[in-house]
Design a protein around this ligand. Structure first.
Ligand SMILES: [Zn+2]
Length: 153
């Protein structure tokens, strides 16, 4: 078994997110709404050497798989990430993330006058552009600090 396989197959069931840009692991956890209080087994490796990226972060989350909308937002802050789904210690599926054309619902618009922040809120929708995301309703652009604009459930 190669070093790589050994590293990603240590958990019994769950998800290993590999090749996260160094320093983004905690933002990825924020996207998934995981703060450690849910009881998921969790391991975080930060600033690990990686041939492809120089330095990277790795997250292992037991008994948790990701929804497509979570993967879509994750791709915005960790575009090189690979998502390994583990069942019975085996990686049964391995996917690169892909930047979606748009994300709905998971981010909130920083513009307080935006219709998505009104008393009867409309679900947010952001178009993904080369250097961030743009609100479909008011045109506000969010650049690097996407994780700061996660909609709170
Ligand atoms: Zn807006």
């Amino acid at each position: 078994m190669s070093d790589h396989q050994l590293r990603v197959s240590k958990i019994r069931n769950g998800t290993v997110i590999d090749h996260i840009a160094a320093g983004q692991a905690l933002n990825v956890l924020a996207i998934l709404g995981i703060d450690g209080s849910e009881g998921y087994g969790l391991s975080i490796a930060m600033n690990v050497s990686s041939g492809r990226l120089g330095r990277k972060d790795i997250l292992k989350i037991e008994d948790r798989e990701l929804s497509q909308s979570e993967v879509d937002v994750l791709s915005l802050i960790a575009p090189e990430a690979t998502i390994n789904i583990v069942r019975d210690f085996e990686v049964i599926e391995k996917n690169r993330v892909e930047r979606p054309d748009r994300v709905s619902g998971l981010l909130s618009c920083p513009n307080h006058n935006c219709i998505t922040n009104a008393d009867e809120p409309v679900e947010t929708a952001f178009e993904v552009i080369s250097d961030g995301v743009r609100c479909n309703y008011c045109g506000t652009i969010i650049h690097e600090d996407i994780a700061d604009h996660l909609a709170v459930e």
